[in-house]
Write a new protein. Structure first.
Length: 355
Protein backbone atom coordinates (compact mmCIF):
# COMPACT_ATOMS: atom_id res chain seq x y z
CA UNK A 1 0.00 0.00 0.00
CA UNK A 2 2.97 2.31 0.39
CA UNK A 3 2.06 5.76 1.70
CA UNK A 4 -1.51 4.62 2.43
CA UNK A 5 -0.23 2.46 5.30
CA UNK A 6 1.12 5.46 7.23
CA UNK A 7 -1.36 8.14 6.16
CA UNK A 8 -2.95 9.71 9.31
CA UNK A 9 -6.42 8.47 10.12
CA UNK A 10 -8.08 11.87 9.70
CA UNK A 11 -6.63 12.39 6.21
CA UNK A 12 -7.47 8.86 5.06
CA UNK A 13 -11.00 9.18 6.49
CA UNK A 14 -11.47 12.38 4.49
CA UNK A 15 -10.49 10.53 1.33
CA UNK A 16 -12.99 7.78 2.18
CA UNK A 17 -15.74 10.41 2.65
CA UNK A 18 -15.73 11.06 -1.10
CA UNK A 19 -16.06 7.39 -2.07
CA UNK A 20 -19.38 5.67 -2.93
CA UNK A 21 -20.52 2.97 -0.47
CA UNK A 22 -19.41 0.03 -2.65
CA UNK A 23 -15.86 1.44 -2.79
CA UNK A 24 -15.88 2.05 0.97
CA UNK A 25 -16.96 -1.57 1.51
CA UNK A 26 -13.96 -2.83 -0.45
CA UNK A 27 -11.66 -0.46 1.46
CA UNK A 28 -12.97 -1.72 4.81
CA UNK A 29 -11.91 -5.25 3.85
CA UNK A 30 -8.30 -4.23 3.13
CA UNK A 31 -6.94 -3.98 6.68
CA UNK A 32 -7.82 -3.02 10.28
CA UNK A 33 -6.47 0.52 9.83
CA UNK A 34 -8.72 1.18 6.84
CA UNK A 35 -11.65 -0.43 8.63
CA UNK A 36 -11.22 1.99 11.57
CA UNK A 37 -10.90 4.94 9.17
CA UNK A 38 -14.05 4.03 7.27
CA UNK A 39 -16.03 3.78 10.53
CA UNK A 40 -14.88 7.15 11.91
CA UNK A 41 -17.04 10.28 11.88
CA UNK A 42 -14.54 12.00 9.58
CA UNK A 43 -15.50 9.51 6.86
CA UNK A 44 -19.12 10.73 6.76
CA UNK A 45 -20.12 10.85 3.05
CA UNK A 46 -19.72 14.11 1.16
CA UNK A 47 -21.22 12.93 -2.12
CA UNK A 48 -24.78 13.51 -3.30
CA UNK A 49 -27.54 11.55 -1.52
CA UNK A 50 -28.97 8.39 -3.06
CA UNK A 51 -32.63 7.94 -4.01
CA UNK A 52 -34.00 5.07 -1.90
CA UNK A 53 -37.44 3.59 -2.63
CA UNK A 54 -39.53 0.96 -0.84
CA UNK A 55 -42.82 -0.50 -2.10
CA UNK A 56 -45.62 1.37 -0.32
CA UNK A 57 -47.19 -1.86 0.91
CA UNK A 58 -43.94 -3.66 1.60
CA UNK A 59 -41.97 -5.94 -0.70
CA UNK A 60 -39.00 -8.33 -0.98
CA UNK A 61 -36.51 -5.55 -1.83
CA UNK A 62 -35.91 -1.84 -1.90
CA UNK A 63 -34.16 0.05 -4.69
CA UNK A 64 -31.31 2.54 -4.51
CA UNK A 65 -29.94 4.89 -7.16
CA UNK A 66 -26.30 6.00 -7.00
CA UNK A 67 -26.24 9.46 -8.66
CA UNK A 68 -22.44 9.48 -9.04
CA UNK A 69 -22.40 6.34 -11.20
CA UNK A 70 -26.03 6.60 -12.43
CA UNK A 71 -26.56 3.02 -11.30
CA UNK A 72 -29.55 1.27 -9.72
CA UNK A 73 -29.18 -1.37 -7.00
CA UNK A 74 -31.74 -3.82 -5.60
CA UNK A 75 -31.30 -4.37 -1.85
CA UNK A 76 -33.04 -7.53 -0.51
CA UNK A 77 -35.18 -7.08 2.59
CA UNK A 78 -35.44 -10.79 3.40
CA UNK A 79 -33.85 -10.21 6.83
CA UNK A 80 -36.94 -8.31 8.06
CA UNK A 81 -39.55 -10.26 10.07
CA UNK A 82 -42.42 -8.40 8.36
CA UNK A 83 -42.92 -5.80 5.60
CA UNK A 84 -42.16 -2.13 6.30
CA UNK A 85 -43.48 1.13 4.85
CA UNK A 86 -41.06 4.04 4.52
CA UNK A 87 -41.86 7.12 6.61
CA UNK A 88 -38.80 9.39 6.40
CA UNK A 89 -35.00 9.41 6.34
CA UNK A 90 -33.34 9.76 9.74
CA UNK A 91 -29.69 10.74 9.49
CA UNK A 92 -28.21 7.94 7.36
CA UNK A 93 -30.98 5.44 8.15
CA UNK A 94 -34.67 5.08 7.31
CA UNK A 95 -37.61 5.48 9.67
CA UNK A 96 -40.29 2.95 8.71
CA UNK A 97 -43.56 1.67 10.09
CA UNK A 98 -44.74 -1.92 10.41
CA UNK A 99 -47.40 -2.60 7.77
CA UNK A 100 -48.74 -5.58 9.76
CA UNK A 101 -49.85 -3.33 12.64
CA UNK A 102 -52.91 -1.09 12.42
CA UNK A 103 -51.49 1.13 15.19
CA UNK A 104 -48.34 3.07 14.38
CA UNK A 105 -45.19 1.11 15.27
CA UNK A 106 -41.86 2.48 14.08
CA UNK A 107 -38.60 0.81 13.07
CA UNK A 108 -35.18 2.24 12.24
CA UNK A 109 -33.70 0.51 9.17
CA UNK A 110 -30.34 0.46 7.37
CA UNK A 111 -30.90 -1.58 4.18
CA UNK A 112 -27.18 -1.44 3.33
CA UNK A 113 -25.99 -3.17 6.52
CA UNK A 114 -29.21 -5.25 6.85
CA UNK A 115 -29.77 -3.96 10.39
CA UNK A 116 -32.91 -2.68 12.09
CA UNK A 117 -34.29 -1.90 15.54
CA UNK A 118 -37.73 -1.17 16.94
CA UNK A 119 -38.60 2.16 18.53
CA UNK A 120 -40.79 2.07 21.68
CA UNK A 121 -44.55 1.88 21.26
CA UNK A 122 -46.45 5.17 21.49
CA UNK A 123 -47.86 6.16 24.88
CA UNK A 124 -51.26 6.55 23.17
CA UNK A 125 -51.83 3.90 20.46
CA UNK A 126 -53.19 5.45 17.28
CA UNK A 127 -53.66 4.77 13.59
CA UNK A 128 -52.31 6.96 10.78
CA UNK A 129 -50.98 9.95 12.73
CA UNK A 130 -48.78 12.58 11.09
CA UNK A 131 -45.10 11.77 11.73
CA UNK A 132 -42.28 14.31 11.78
CA UNK A 133 -38.50 13.92 12.16
CA UNK A 134 -36.09 16.40 13.75
CA UNK A 135 -32.68 15.99 12.11
CA UNK A 136 -30.45 16.55 15.12
CA UNK A 137 -27.95 14.39 16.98
CA UNK A 138 -29.58 12.46 18.50
CA UNK A 139 -32.69 12.58 16.31
CA UNK A 140 -36.26 13.08 17.54
CA UNK A 141 -39.63 11.93 16.19
CA UNK A 142 -42.98 13.69 16.63
CA UNK A 143 -46.44 12.21 16.07
CA UNK A 144 -49.62 14.29 15.94
CA UNK A 145 -53.25 13.37 15.48
CA UNK A 146 -54.25 9.89 14.40
CA UNK A 147 -57.34 7.81 15.04
CA UNK A 148 -58.21 5.46 17.88
CA UNK A 149 -61.26 3.67 19.19
CA UNK A 150 -62.55 6.91 20.70
CA UNK A 151 -62.18 8.98 17.53
CA UNK A 152 -59.33 11.31 16.63
CA UNK A 153 -56.42 11.76 19.03
CA UNK A 154 -55.81 15.49 19.66
CA UNK A 155 -52.41 14.86 21.25
CA UNK A 156 -48.75 15.33 20.32
CA UNK A 157 -46.01 12.93 21.42
CA UNK A 158 -42.20 13.16 21.18
CA UNK A 159 -39.50 10.49 21.13
CA UNK A 160 -35.87 11.60 21.62
CA UNK A 161 -33.43 8.86 20.68
CA UNK A 162 -30.79 8.13 23.30
CA UNK A 163 -32.50 10.18 26.01
CA UNK A 164 -35.35 8.10 27.41
CA UNK A 165 -36.71 4.89 25.93
CA UNK A 166 -40.32 6.08 25.76
CA UNK A 167 -42.59 8.67 24.18
CA UNK A 168 -43.36 11.88 26.07
CA UNK A 169 -46.47 14.04 25.76
CA UNK A 170 -46.15 17.53 24.30
CA UNK A 171 -49.73 18.37 25.16
CA UNK A 172 -53.03 18.74 23.30
CA UNK A 173 -53.67 20.07 19.80
CA UNK A 174 -56.78 21.55 18.12
CA UNK A 175 -59.18 18.75 17.15
CA UNK A 176 -59.62 20.27 13.67
CA UNK A 177 -55.88 20.03 13.08
CA UNK A 178 -55.82 16.45 14.37
CA UNK A 179 -58.54 15.47 11.89
CA UNK A 180 -56.84 17.13 8.94
CA UNK A 181 -53.42 15.66 9.74
CA UNK A 182 -54.95 12.20 10.10
CA UNK A 183 -57.04 12.23 6.93
CA UNK A 184 -55.36 14.68 4.57
CA UNK A 185 -51.58 14.49 5.05
CA UNK A 186 -49.20 12.07 3.25
CA UNK A 187 -46.87 12.26 6.30
CA UNK A 188 -43.90 13.96 4.61
CA UNK A 189 -42.63 16.58 7.06
CA UNK A 190 -39.98 19.30 7.33
CA UNK A 191 -38.41 20.66 10.51
CA UNK A 192 -37.47 24.26 9.68
CA UNK A 193 -35.03 26.71 11.22
CA UNK A 194 -37.82 28.57 12.99
CA UNK A 195 -38.20 25.61 15.35
CA UNK A 196 -41.46 24.39 13.81
CA UNK A 197 -42.49 21.08 12.27
CA UNK A 198 -44.49 21.42 9.05
CA UNK A 199 -46.83 19.03 7.23
CA UNK A 200 -48.67 19.45 3.93
CA UNK A 201 -52.42 18.83 3.93
CA UNK A 202 -54.67 18.53 0.91
CA UNK A 203 -58.12 19.17 2.42
CA UNK A 204 -60.02 21.28 -0.12
CA UNK A 205 -57.06 23.41 -1.27
CA UNK A 206 -53.47 22.64 -0.26
CA UNK A 207 -52.23 24.22 2.96
CA UNK A 208 -49.31 23.82 5.35
CA UNK A 209 -49.78 22.99 9.04
CA UNK A 210 -47.04 24.11 11.43
CA UNK A 211 -46.33 23.11 15.04
CA UNK A 212 -43.96 25.36 17.03
CA UNK A 213 -42.06 23.01 19.34
CA UNK A 214 -40.97 25.74 21.76
CA UNK A 215 -44.33 27.46 22.22
CA UNK A 216 -46.40 24.28 21.64
CA UNK A 217 -48.66 26.24 19.30
CA UNK A 218 -50.18 25.44 15.90
CA UNK A 219 -50.65 27.63 12.83
CA UNK A 220 -51.64 27.30 9.19
CA UNK A 221 -49.81 28.74 6.18
CA UNK A 222 -51.61 28.97 2.86
CA UNK A 223 -49.82 27.18 0.03
CA UNK A 224 -48.95 29.15 -3.14
CA UNK A 225 -51.48 28.61 -5.95
CA UNK A 226 -53.38 26.58 -3.34
CA UNK A 227 -56.59 26.15 -5.36
CA UNK A 228 -54.76 25.39 -8.63
CA UNK A 229 -52.21 22.79 -7.53
CA UNK A 230 -52.87 19.19 -8.55
CA UNK A 231 -50.01 17.90 -6.39
CA UNK A 232 -47.67 19.41 -3.80
CA UNK A 233 -44.98 18.37 -1.32
CA UNK A 234 -42.72 19.96 1.27
CA UNK A 235 -38.93 19.86 1.06
CA UNK A 236 -36.05 21.28 3.04
CA UNK A 237 -34.19 24.28 1.64
CA UNK A 238 -30.68 25.59 2.46
CA UNK A 239 -30.28 27.32 5.83
CA UNK A 240 -33.14 25.16 7.20
CA UNK A 241 -35.76 27.07 5.25
CA UNK A 242 -39.09 25.50 4.33
CA UNK A 243 -39.57 24.66 0.66
CA UNK A 244 -42.64 23.62 -1.32
CA UNK A 245 -42.79 21.94 -4.73
CA UNK A 246 -46.08 21.89 -6.60
CA UNK A 247 -47.56 21.38 -10.04
CA UNK A 248 -50.71 22.19 -11.95
CA UNK A 249 -52.43 20.83 -15.05
CA UNK A 250 -50.44 21.02 -18.26
CA UNK A 251 -47.00 20.49 -16.75
CA UNK A 252 -46.74 23.74 -14.80
CA UNK A 253 -44.47 23.34 -11.77
CA UNK A 254 -42.53 25.49 -9.31
CA UNK A 255 -40.12 25.22 -6.39
CA UNK A 256 -40.93 27.83 -3.69
CA UNK A 257 -39.29 28.91 -0.44
CA UNK A 258 -41.11 30.32 2.59
CA UNK A 259 -39.92 33.80 3.60
CA UNK A 260 -39.93 35.31 7.10
CA UNK A 261 -43.26 37.01 6.35
CA UNK A 262 -45.09 33.77 5.51
CA UNK A 263 -44.89 34.61 1.80
CA UNK A 264 -43.67 32.15 -0.83
CA UNK A 265 -40.81 33.14 -3.16
CA UNK A 266 -40.28 31.18 -6.39
CA UNK A 267 -36.85 29.51 -6.54
CA UNK A 268 -37.13 27.56 -9.79
CA UNK A 269 -39.70 26.92 -12.52
CA UNK A 270 -40.13 23.54 -14.21
CA UNK A 271 -39.53 23.88 -17.99
CA UNK A 272 -42.94 23.49 -19.61
CA UNK A 273 -41.92 20.70 -22.00
CA UNK A 274 -40.37 18.63 -19.21
CA UNK A 275 -43.37 19.11 -16.94
CA UNK A 276 -45.75 18.06 -19.72
CA UNK A 277 -43.62 14.99 -20.34
CA UNK A 278 -43.80 13.84 -16.72
CA UNK A 279 -47.32 14.83 -15.62
CA UNK A 280 -48.96 17.04 -18.24
CA UNK A 281 -52.49 16.05 -19.20
CA UNK A 282 -55.80 17.54 -20.27
CA UNK A 283 -57.65 19.43 -17.57
CA UNK A 284 -60.73 17.24 -17.68
CA UNK A 285 -58.60 14.18 -16.98
CA UNK A 286 -56.64 15.77 -14.17
CA UNK A 287 -58.49 14.08 -11.34
CA UNK A 288 -57.91 10.61 -12.73
CA UNK A 289 -54.46 11.03 -14.26
CA UNK A 290 -52.85 13.49 -11.90
CA UNK A 291 -54.47 13.37 -8.50
CA UNK A 292 -51.98 11.85 -6.10
CA UNK A 293 -49.97 10.29 -8.95
CA UNK A 294 -46.98 12.65 -9.05
CA UNK A 295 -44.36 11.87 -6.41
CA UNK A 296 -41.89 14.43 -5.09
CA UNK A 297 -38.77 13.66 -3.05
CA UNK A 298 -36.23 16.32 -2.19
CA UNK A 299 -33.67 17.81 0.15
CA UNK A 300 -31.89 21.17 0.39
CA UNK A 301 -30.55 21.16 -3.16
CA UNK A 302 -32.15 18.28 -5.07
CA UNK A 303 -35.72 17.42 -6.12
CA UNK A 304 -36.99 14.28 -7.86
CA UNK A 305 -40.40 14.25 -9.60
CA UNK A 306 -41.96 11.08 -11.04
CA UNK A 307 -45.26 9.24 -11.47
CA UNK A 308 -44.00 5.69 -10.99
CA UNK A 309 -40.68 4.07 -10.29
CA UNK A 310 -40.22 2.46 -13.69
CA UNK A 311 -40.74 5.60 -15.78
CA UNK A 312 -38.66 8.70 -16.38
CA UNK A 313 -37.86 10.99 -13.47
CA UNK A 314 -37.41 14.74 -13.55
CA UNK A 315 -34.47 15.85 -11.39
CA UNK A 316 -33.62 19.38 -10.27
CA UNK A 317 -30.25 20.26 -8.78
CA UNK A 318 -29.65 23.83 -7.67
CA UNK A 319 -26.27 23.99 -9.41
CA UNK A 320 -27.26 22.11 -12.61
CA UNK A 321 -30.92 22.89 -13.20
CA UNK A 322 -33.48 20.39 -14.56
CA UNK A 323 -32.75 17.09 -16.32
CA UNK A 324 -34.45 13.77 -17.10
CA UNK A 325 -33.30 10.50 -15.57
CA UNK A 326 -34.34 6.93 -16.32
CA UNK A 327 -36.27 5.12 -13.63
CA UNK A 328 -35.64 1.60 -12.44
CA UNK A 329 -36.45 -0.61 -15.42
CA UNK A 330 -38.29 -3.91 -15.16
CA UNK A 331 -40.17 -2.68 -12.10
CA UNK A 332 -43.94 -2.88 -11.94
CA UNK A 333 -46.04 0.23 -11.38
CA UNK A 334 -46.55 -0.68 -7.72
CA UNK A 335 -46.83 2.50 -5.59
CA UNK A 336 -43.63 3.35 -3.74
CA UNK A 337 -42.40 5.62 -0.98
CA UNK A 338 -39.03 7.24 -1.60
CA UNK A 339 -36.45 9.35 0.25
CA UNK A 340 -33.01 10.86 -0.28
CA UNK A 341 -30.34 9.28 1.90
CA UNK A 342 -26.57 9.28 2.36
CA UNK A 343 -25.82 5.55 2.64
CA UNK A 344 -23.68 4.26 5.46
CA UNK A 345 -22.06 0.91 6.13
CA UNK A 346 -21.80 1.57 9.86
CA UNK A 347 -23.85 -0.84 11.96
CA UNK A 348 -23.62 1.63 14.86
CA UNK A 349 -25.90 4.07 13.04
CA UNK A 350 -28.86 1.86 13.90
CA UNK A 351 -28.05 1.18 17.54
CA UNK A 352 -26.68 4.54 18.66
CA UNK A 353 -27.83 8.12 18.42
CA UNK A 354 -24.85 9.25 16.31
CA UNK A 355 -25.98 10.82 13.05
Amino acid sequence: MGMWEVLPLDLLARVFSFLPPDSVARAMAACKHWLACARSRAAAPRHAPWLIALPARGGPACFAHDPALNRWHALPLDFLPCPLRLVAPVGRSLLCRLTASSDLRLVLLNPFTRQFRHLPDLATPRRNPAVGVIYSSPFSVIVAGGASGSGYEPKVELYEDGRVDRWESLGPMPVEFAVRLTVWTPNESVHAGDGAMYWMTSARAYSVMGFDLRRRTWREVKAPMADQLEWAALVRRPNRKLGLVGGAVGGQGTVWELTDKDAWAAVAEVPAKLGQRIWGCRKEAAGAALGGAVRCVGDERTVYLFKDFGSEMLVWEEERGWRLMEGRRRVSSTPIKAALLHPTLSVAEIFHASM
